[in-house]
Design a protein around this ligand. Structure first.
Ligand SMILES: *Cc1c(COP(=O)(O)O)cnc(C)c1O
Length: 397
């Protein structure tokens, strides 16, 4: 007797596979906690910046990172801008910037009228190469901005020693590094100041947001004032006995983080370890499922530092088309993209430097889905599609 499923009725197509949803490259992981905290802020009436939720976020972030000061701001680009302003960087100055980064890093140097000097990165973990930094220092160099590439800390022992020896400041662009560590210390404690992002694509997010951490009291006061028009904060002024009229003693910006955003960031910070643990287990699964795949180099996490796995980035070997693999993945419902940018190649910067490692990574890196809401089945499907797409490229190469 024929089984009913062996003979589909007339007019029926062959049984189609259930349509599979596209697997996103990155996605925020939100729950009831974020809603509850936002509701509390809305009910309180203090929805603008520098309110109680912002103060609570700063205290929680400061203690998480073990930094002396934390100042919440509207985004990481604003954070970098404020730190450079506070350090008095301006026209005629050069700032060494890790080349392989989102161009917000270089932009912040242009904001203050200084010149970004892009320096190449390590070929294995893609952070600023300390030996290349030394070679780029000139009499006009004021400081260095290192980037924690995809949430993995740069070589801070070497960079700090070099900066100290040459009398330069060191800034940590920790945009994607909330929760990362280097030799037992948290990202956010290196250099004169560190700048974090809570943009929607980062591991800890409130949509748009940022944080500055620093151990320098004068710098902390300066960036706080300049984040709010160059005036004393409303939160600090409230509750005083007499009417205090703030004084505008310096030029400032409106770079405050709203308390609504701070509420979301507080909920995210409270579950940061859970989010990071899921990213780490996704990375371990990729390592197992893609290990040994010819034509692809898997990302390296150094033994002395814990990355946040902001992105999971494959390096496609020369001869295989990264773009071809990315397009095949997208066609199979798996989002894929470049890693990040070789800053020196961007027309805005004028193309004065050469950074061959960064340039090669810009052309060969392939980011595949990485976020805390991926299921094991998602990870398996991504890995399988990567194997298929790479195999096809090999056949065409
Ligand atoms: C995301 C990112 C930035 C910019 O952060 P925003 O909060 O969007 O301003 C800067 N630097 C790096 C390395 C980043 O990844």
């Amino acid at each position: 007797m024929a089984r009913s499923d062996e003979n589909p009725g007339k007019g029926c197509a062959a049984p189609a596979e259930a349509p599979q949803a596209t697997i996103a490259l990155g996605a925020p992981t939100f729950g009831e906690e974020e809603l509850a905290r936002v509701q509390k802020v809305l009910a309180s009436g203090w929805v603008a910046g520098q309110g109680p939720a912002g103060a609570e976020l700063e205290a929680a972030f400061r203690s998480r990172v073990a930094a002396t000061h934390a100042i919440a701001v509207s985004n990481c680009t604003a954070a970098l801008h404020l730190v450079l302003l506070a350090l008095g960087v301006g026209p005629g100055d050069e700032v060494i910037v890790a080349d392989y980064t989102f161009p917000a890093t270089g932009h912040s140097v242009l904001f203050v009228g200084a010149e970004p000097v892009f320096v190449d990165v390590r070929p294995d973990i893609w952070t600023l190469d300390p030996s290349a930094v030394a070679a780029a220092i000139t009499p006009r160099t004021r400081g260095i901005i290192a980037v924690d590439a995809f949430g993995q800390c740069a070589d801070y022992d070497e960079l700090t020693a070099l900066a100290t020896e040459r009398g330069l400041f060191l800034i940590e662009d920790a945009a994607a590094a909330a929760g990362a560590t280097y030799r037992g210390r948290a990202a956010g404690t290196f250099g004169i100041a560190s700048c974090f992002s809570f943009h929607g694509r980062k591991g800890m997010t409130c949509g748009e947001g940022g944080m500055i951490t620093t151990g320098d009291e004068a710098l902390a006061a300066a960036v706080r004032s300049m984040s709010a028009f160059g005036m004393e904060s409303a939160f600090a002024r409230q509750g005083r006995e007499q009417l205090t009229v703030p004084v505008f003693s310096r030029l400032g910006y409106n770079y405050k983080l709203s308390d609504i955003h701070a509420a979301v960031a507080l909920a995210q910070l409270a579950k940061l370890d859970t989010l990071l643990e899921r990213r780490r287990s996704v990375a371990r699964m990729y390592q197992e499922l893609l290990g040994g795949l010819q034509g692809v180099v898997l990302p390296l996490s150094e033994a002395d530092r814990e990355t946040t796995w902001q992105s999971y980035v494959l390096t496609i070997e020369p001869g295989l088309s990264r773009d071809g693999i990315a397009l095949a993945l997208r066609a199979a419902g798996v989002q894929a993209n470049i890693g990040t940018y070789a800053s020196h190649l961007q027309p805005i910067y004028g193309g004065k430097q050469r950074c061959p490692v960064s340039e090669s990574l810009f052309h060969r890196h392939l980011a595949i889905p990485m976020h805390a809401s991926l299921s094991d089945a998602d990870v398996q499907r991504v890995a399988e599609q990567v194997r298929i797409a790479v195999q096809r490229q090999k056949e065409q190469a």
